[in-house]
Design a protein around this ligand. Sequence first.
Ligand SMILES: [Zn+2]
Length: 113
Amino acid sequence: MHEMGIAKSLLEIIKREMKKSKVKRLKKVRVKIGELTAVEPEALRFCFEASIKDTDLDGARLEIEDVPLTGKCHDCRTRFRFHHFVSLCPVCGGKKIEKLTGTELDLVSIEAV
Ligand SMILES: [Zn+2]
């Protein structure tokens, strides 16, 4: 289950940032997850909560922002959302699609006191 690995590496970053900022209590963490990462938001939330249970970070909330897979057609410049990796432009049928969003796995913000 690769969500556990992601939760653990998120927590590594969070702990490092908290130490740097000399804060003790983690309140909220916000992450962005692109559709293409195949990360299950609920699985990640579960792993995150399991990892912080009975630690200093217990009680923190994880907010997940889902980012859909979108692209832009190189030929007609249409921006669109694509589904199931079918990468043809829905307007002109073009094959040159530039990926815009959907691959991110970002820690957006940490709220701690
Ligand atoms: Zn097009």
